[in-house]
Design a protein around this ligand. Structure first.
Ligand code: FES
Length: 204
C-alpha cells in the first residue's frame, strides 16, 4: 500500500515535505505496524509509540485528515494513499514527533490529584459506584471535571476559581471539535458543560 508521510527535521534547515513509501500490508495490520515498516526502510524516520494498546496516547497522529492513535487504527479502514502527518497544533520536533510540553503544562495546571481538607487516611478512600458514575476522562478541562465530580475531593471552590476567566473554561465555544477528533472517544465538551452548570449553581 502507498503511504505519504510527513518529513521534517528542523536541524537540517529544509522545508517540511511529504515522502512516499510502499509498505507490504497483511491482514489485521495496524497503522503503527506500517509506521514501523517505514522506519525499517528508512532509519531516519521518527515517530513515537509505546503501549501498542490504545492507552498511552503517545502515537497520536493525523491520518487522512483525522486524528487517531496509530496502534488502534486498522490499515484496512484507511483510504490509499494513506497520508500521515504530525498531530496538529503542536510544534514539530522531527517528522511525526511533536513537542508535548504545553500539553503537560496545561494538564498540570488543573492539579489533577485529590485534594483533601481532612487528614489523609492510612488506607484508600472508598467510593460508591454511584459516586464513580459521575466521573469522565482526560486532559485539562476534562480532567478538571474528573476531580470536581469526585466526591472525595474537597477543593471544588478553588478548582472553580481557577477555571474562571476568559482563557480557561469559557474559551470553549462548544463546537464539539474535540469530541469529533478524540481517538479515545471521550467527550470533553460534555464535561465542560457540567463545569459551567456547577459554576452557575455556585453563583446563585
Ligand atoms: Fe500507546 Fe498507541 S502506542 S496508545
Amino acid at each position: 500500500m502507498k503511504f505519504r508521510v510527513y518529513r521534517y527535521d528542523p536541524e537540517l534547515g529544509q522545508k517540511p515535505r511529504m515522502q512516499e513509501f510502499e509498505v507490504e500490508t497483511h491482514r489485521g495490520m495496524m497503522l503503527r505496524d506500517a509506521l514501523k515498516a517505514i522506519k525499517a526502510q528508512d532509519e531516519t524516520f521518527a515517530f513515537r509509540h509505546s503501549c501498542g494498546e490504545g492507552v498511552c496516547g503517545s502515537d497520536g497522529v493525523n491520518v487522512n485528515g483525522t486524528n487517531k492513535l496509530a496502534c488502534v487504527t486498522a490499515i484496512a479502514d484507511l483510504k490509499e494513499p494513506i497520508e500521515v502527518r504530525p498531530f496538529p497544533g503542536r510544534p514539530v520536533v522531527r517528522d511525526l514527533v511533536v513537542d508535548m510540553t504545553q500539553f503537560y503544562e496545561q494538564y498540570k495546571a488543573v492539579e489533577p490529584w485529590l485534594k483533601r481538607k481532612e487528614p489523609t487516611p492510612e488506607q484508600e478512600i472508598l467510593q460508591s459506584p454511584a459516586d464513580r458514575d459521575k466521573l469522565l476522562g482526560p486532559q485539562a478541562l476534562l480532567t478538571a471535571y474528573r476531580f470536581l465530580a469526585d466526591s472525595r475531593d474537597q477543593a471544588s471552590a478553588e478548582r472553580m476559581d481557577f477555571l474562571e476567566g476568559p482563557y480557561k473554561l469559557f474559551r470553549c465555544h462548544s463546537i464539539m471539535n474535540c469530541v469529533e477528533v478524540c481517538p479515545k472517544g471521550l467527550n470533553p465538551t460534555k464535561a465542560i458543560g457540567h463545569i459551567k452548570e456547577m459554576m452557575l449553581k455556585d453563583s446563585v
